[in-house]
Write a protein that binds this ligand. Structure first.
Ligand SMILES: [Zn+2]
Length: 306
């Protein structure tokens, strides 16, 4: 049976309902050259983020996928503490963000070493956190993969093939996604185990459709952000018209505790989709069964593994 690996253990389909597939509880976007800046205290993160989690839990959301990999402040220990304080499961990634956030050690590691590291986190635990990684999060440069990003992707494809874990990548252009899928397939894994994160940023909807036809998941994940709701509704309708709604994921890319800001800054709530966007989708004539599968079954199917 397939399950999603969370901070509160492996969860089966019947234990979960709506899942937000791309949010952040904790992000540190400072690059490795910025030293001597403040660190976060676990209690402070709980104080800021537990109320945000409670708000969305009360609306029926049953799990959130944390999308901060190594390079942008992944802290599995903090995520576990927030989960335990709220009794709310988070799905934590292994993997490494793009340049210039790639840590020094990854440049010196071989593809084999990166593969072994990801496999260890996907099958065992992240650092000493007692949290098992639930998926693989990567990123690519806007104009194409760099050498170190390619090495990380090859390692990820092999770790994915060995575990069934989904690979999600922050990739702005469809052309770069095609290169990523070529590499994943070359390493013996499948396009159907890849999520194109931030697919709304590709101006050409035909590339969203072409890449979905190749098997990949299409994630529209800045809902409630700078693009109007009507833009997303139109893209969703186009995906439905192409019979690709079973590969669609929706999220906010919101949150989070930012250790570079005093007391973590002011988080943006995870509630926009439930309170504002889904009512608009219903008003646009999207059927309840489709909404249910896009918000519940799709994220489960994407992130679950044997
Ligand atoms: Zn994000």
């Amino acid at each position: 049976m397939v399950k999603i690996i969370t901070t509160l253990g492996a969860k089966s389909r019947h234990e979960l309902g709506m899942i937000l597939p791309h949010e952040h509880v904790f992000v540190d976007l400072r690059t490795p050259d910025q030293h001597g800046l403040p660190e976060a205290r676990v209690e402070k993160v709980i104080e800021l983020m537990a109320p945000e989690i409670k708000r969305v839990k009360d609306l029926g959301v049953t799990a959130i996928v944390e999308s901060s990999p190594v390079g942008v402040g992944r802290r599995a220990d903090i995520l576990r503490a927030v989960s335990e304080a709220t009794q709310f499961p988070l799905v934590v990634p292994t993997g490494i963000y793009r340049e210039p956030w790639v840590p020094e050690w990854a440049y010196h590691s071989s593809e084999e070493e990166l593969y072994e590291w990801m496999l260890m986190e996907l099958q065992g635990q992240i650092e000493e956190s007692r949290v098992q990684a639930g998926w693989i999060k990567l990123s690519a440069g806007d104009n194409g993969l760099t050498e170190v990003e390619t090495k990380i992707l090859r390692a990820a494809a092999r770790a994915g093939a060995g575990t069934g874990a989904i690979i999600g990548s922050h990739t702005i252009r469809g052309r770069v996604v095609c290169d990523q899928l070529d590499i994943i397939e070359d390493e013996g894994y499948s396009a159907s185990r890849f999520i194109w994160i931030h697919a709304q940023n590709e101006p050409d909807i035909d590339l969203n459709i072409e890449i979905a036809r190749r098997g990949a998941w299409i994630e529209y994940d800045a809902i409630g952000g700078s693009l109007p709701d009507e833009f997303y509704i139109k893209r969703i309708q186009q995906m439905l018209d192409a019979n690709l709604d079973s590969q669609l994921l929706l999220s906010h890319d919101r949150g989070w505790y930012d250790p570079a800001k005093p007391d973590g800054g002011v988080p943006r709530p995870f509630t926009y989709i439930n309170l504002n966007f889904l009512p608009k989708l219903r008003a646009a004539g999207i059927d309840e069964a489709v909404i249910n599968s896009v918000t519940c079954s799709n994220p489960f199917n994407a992130f679950a593994r044997p």
